[in-house]
Design a protein around this ligand. Structure first.
Ligand code: PEP
Length: 246
């Protein structure tokens, strides 16, 4: 039985004032059956982890370097994220793939480093609007999945998030059939590569314009184990109904 997961990606939003949203979320879901994560900007990881304490909200990062230390100005290693109190890290988000030219091979190297540092990796995949119209979406997803996910991944250290680029922050979502098709495909690919035991234990998140209003319908789709949420994770008021729908 896979534990449901709602992960909030705050992107480059939030200063210390925003910590009150984490405290409020913890109060609203003191005994959440699902796992709840907030991934704030790097500057807030340590104070967010202190705010979350031993409560139900876990803290994650949004990226890490693939090396443990060294001459990489401005970068943060997986071990540093863990040291600051993170238990997870988002990798390969489409905004990083686009703005920082991250290839799936780079994502895999980062994921290997993060898993070695004891972090759960949330690896993001997704097609652009153009790719959906011009090619077979499953070919795109299949290639990203096989190249981005490191060997040796397990149900504990790997989560895969399907995030169609055209659905992120746009208010548009794929139909339930389109989401189900991709998630069933990813499940089959993971089972083929890692065996049924591991393949069935990896959680698959959907991401892209998830809100309180559509969360229930999305979570009812086969092989959807939760959501990666951007805009609607910034306040406890908006994120809470999504957590309740899990
Ligand atoms: C995201 O960027 O990971 C995301 C899912 O954003 P939003 O929920 O705002 O579409």
């Amino acid at each position: 039985m896979r534990r449901k997961l709602a992960a909030g990606n705050w992107k480059m939003n939030g200063t210390t004032d925003a910590l009150q949203e984490i405290a409020a979320l913890g109060r609203a879901h003191p005994e959440a059956a699902a796992e709840v994560l907030i991934c704030p900007p790097a500057t807030l990881i340590a104070p967010a982890a202190r705010t979350a304490g031993d409560g139900p909200i876990g803290i994650g990062g949004q990226d890490c370097h693939d090396e443990a230390e060294g001459a990489h100005t401005g970068d943060i290693s997986a071990g540093m994220l863990a040291d600051a109190g993170a238990r997870a890290v988002i990798l390969g988000h489409s905004e990083r793939r686009a703005a920082h030219h991250e290839r799936s091979e780079d994502v895999r190297a980062k994921a290997r480093a993060a898993q070695a540092a004891g972090l759960m990796t949330i690896i993001c995949l997704g097609e652009s609007q153009l790719q959906r119209e011009a090619t077979n979406t499953l070919d795109i997803i299949g290639a990203q999945l096989s190249l981005s996910v490191p060997d040796g991944s397990t149900g504990e250290n790997l989560v895969v998030a399907y995030e169609p680029i055209w659905a992120i922050g746009s208010g548009m979502t794929p139909t339930p059939d389109q989401i189900g098709e991709v998630h069933d495909f990813m499940r089959a690919r993971l089972e083929r590569r890692f065996g049924a035991g591991v393949g069935r234990s990896v959680r698959l998140l959907y991401g892209g314009s998830v809100k309180g209003e559509n969360a229930g319908e999305i979570f009812a789709i086969s092989n959807v184990d939760g959501a990666l949420v951007g805009g609607a994770s910034l306040t406890a008021g908006a994120f809470s109904p999504i957590i309740s729908a899990l």
